[in-house]
Design a protein around this ligand. Structure first.
Ligand code: HEM
Ligand code: SF4
Length: 551
């Protein structure tokens, strides 16, 4: 966990009182909704179909048990008893009343949580993967660099009004779980031949109506130069990014229009002119941030303790362990994923009672720490293997031990027409129907790793372009239709999926997904050839034939 200092706390508290005054002026009519809009957006408050929506950042996806309890409190006291975890390590409350917002923010501020820069044309929450700092094989804990970037970019005067929003993601693993290639800037922490730690910098990735996979702009930027290099990119973007057309304003369009070589040359010129300035990170600065992260006092344990061997006789426990428990960098410990994808439920939602129970379990079994992943699931990052059977029983009781992580029912979906004012179609009911179709975990396991992503409009909040199966809602003559893509992925081999044919009506979507899955099962070369690999080998044709043969 990162420990805030007095300056951080003062900043957050002052922001709350500022917002309280703004809300008061809105409620008294002194400010019109139009005048208030910019002010509320600066604090993560959107106006949605039915109510105000409140988006709160969870920096680098790390939450303490107390912070989680506060989220539960906000959900229970000011909302309808649940919150929604998003694909960018945020949580959203969908039914909050304007009059209650200052109190909700004040309550969250007590545990160091805020909603600054969760909206608007600024740097959004800096994300990483949910296993950061505990996964085996990482170069180092990427959250240290997330925190440096967070401090640098929070309320940065020059970059608070960029042409459009700006998203960073960092990974420190060879296997990218943070989807860095679909971010405005993606950073891959690695070591160069001299053993020095630095970053491969990617730029211009993004989804939305014009999807692009990020391109490498510089293969190695030493850690000490990270901020100055990033600043050079932001300066070039701020100067040349388009402000005349919202659909062409993201950095991906600038990179595409200039070409990566020209863009890189512009950045290099800018950087060389200013690299040795106050932004250079000397070792003490990095060390200071590093020292503010506290790590658990792990015990000396060994892998595969007797408690675990005994419990493996229970097939339900074993199915869950094989699916949801991952190796930890310390012997005798594991990382446990909590599925927020119950069969028939909306993806990514957690009730206040679940959040409280998870906070208690984190205290008991995970040194009081919880993680949030971009797949809309949670994780307990430091669980002793001997505690796994007891933890599993407790998680099962509260409905977050569905053994479907990375399987066909582990669906990423945006809020769609159920909440979102920009939606063309529903997303959540499609996800719910699909989970019911594939409810049998044996079948889901037989199918293996398969990511289904659903967005209710072209803005692509559900990452449909990079789903192994992507589902995009489009409206045709007032009716809900869905385009289906296959072969997309968001990891280190990120690629945008290929459309298989004409859009299909709402009622057909689940059947189409079943057809695609059946075609895959019939066509795969071996039982362990993953869906995504089969699509790469075969192309879309056989899947297209199967889906449209009878339609
Ligand atoms: C309900 C209110 C929401 C609104 C009004 C909204 C709006 C938008 C818009 C307009 C874009 C396209 C931006 C662009 O390309 O310039 C976008 C992209 C995106 N949103 Fe949302 N969104 C909402 C909720 C969510 C939720 C719940 C999630 C996560 C589940 C999410 C995650 C994302 C992601 C990952 C992208 C695409 C990545 C990118 O290229 O930036 N959004 N959103
Ligand atoms: S993809 Fe469209 S419908 Fe879904 S949340 Fe984003 S803006 Fe709304």
């Amino acid at each position: 966990m990162y420990a805030y200092d007095e300056i951080d706390r003062t900043l957050i508290n002052e922001r709350v009182s500022e917002f309280r005054d703004q809300v008061k002026r809105r409620l008294s009519g002194e400010l019109t909704e139009d005048e208030f809009k910019m002010l509320r957006l600066m604090n993560g408050v959107y106006l949605q179909l039915h109510a105000y929506m409140f988006r709160v950042a969870i920096p680098y996806g790390t939450l303490s048990a107390d912070q989680m309890r506060k989220m539960a409190h906000v959900a229970r006291r000011y909302d309808r008893g649940y919150g929604h975890f998003t694909t960018r390590q945020n949580i959203q409350f969908n039914w909050i009343k304007l009059a209650d917002l200052p109190d909700a923010l004040e309550d969250l501020a007590k545990v160091g949580i805020h909603a600054m820069q969760t909206s608007g044309n600024c740097t959004r929450n800096i994300t990483t993967d949910q296993w950061a700092g505990v996964a085996p094989g990482e170069v180092e804990d990427p959250r240290i660099w997330c925190e440096l970037l967070r401090q640098y970019s929070t309320m940065h005067p020059e970059f608070s009004f960029l042409p459009r929003k700006f998203k960073f993601a960092i990974t420190a693993s060879a296997h990218d779980r943070a989807a860095i290639k679909v971010h405005d800037i993606g950073l891959r922490l690695h070591k160069n031949d001299g053993g020095e730690t630095g970053f491969e910098v990617l730029v211009g990735g993004g989804l939305g109506r014009t999807p692009f996979i990020g391109k490498t702009i510089k293969p190695f930027v030493p850690g000490r130069d990270l901020l100055s290099y990033v600043e050079a990119i932001l300066r070039v973007y701020n100067q040349y990014g388009r402000r005349d057309n919202i659909y062409k304003a993201r950095i991906k369009i600038l990179v595409h229009e200039l070409g990566i070589e020209k863009f890189a040359a512009e950045v290099e010129d800018e950087w060389l002119a200013m690299r040795d300035n106050a932004l250079t990170l000397d070792d003490e600065v990095v060390e200071d941030i590093r020292s503010r992260f506290t790590y658990p006092h792990y015990k000396q344990l060994t892998d595969l303790p007797d408690e675990l061997k005994a419990a493996s006789a229970d097939p339900h426990f074993e199915a869950w362990r094989l699916n949801s428990v991952a190796p930890h960098r310390r012997p005798g410990y594991s990382i446990v994923t909590l599925s927020l994808k119950p069969i028939g439920g909306p993806p990514g939602d957690a009730t206040a009672d679940q959040m409280d129970a998870i906070a208690d379990l984190a205290d008991k079994y995970s040194f009081g720490e919880i993680r949030v992943g971009h797949e809309q699931n949670l994780a307990l990052p430091h669980v002793a293997q001997r505690d796994l059977p007891a933890l599993w029983r407790a998680l099962d009781k509260i409905g977050v031990a569905t053994p479907n992580v990375n399987l066909v029912t582990d669906i990423i979906a945006c809020p769609g027409l159920d909440y979102c004012s920009l939606a063309n179609t529903r997303s959540i009911p499609i996800a719910q129907e699909l989970t019911r179709r594939f409810a049998n975990h044996d079948t889901a396991n037989l199918i293996g790793r398969l990511h289904v992503n659903i967005s209710g409009c072209i803005n692509a909040c559900g990452h449909h372009h990079v789903g192994h199966i992507g589902i995009l809602g489009v409206e045709k003559n007032g009716e809900e239709f869905y385009q289906i893509t296959i072969g997309g992925r968001a990891d280190e081999h990120a690629v945008v999926g290929t459309l298989i044919g004409p859009a299909v009506p709402y009622a057909d979507v689940a059947d189409v997904v079943e057809d695609i899955v059946e075609a895959y099962l019939a066509l795969r070369a071996r039982p362990d050839e993953l869906f995504i690999d089969a699509v790469k080998r075969l192309g879309v044709e056989p899947f297209k034939e199967r889906v449209y043969a009878t339609r």
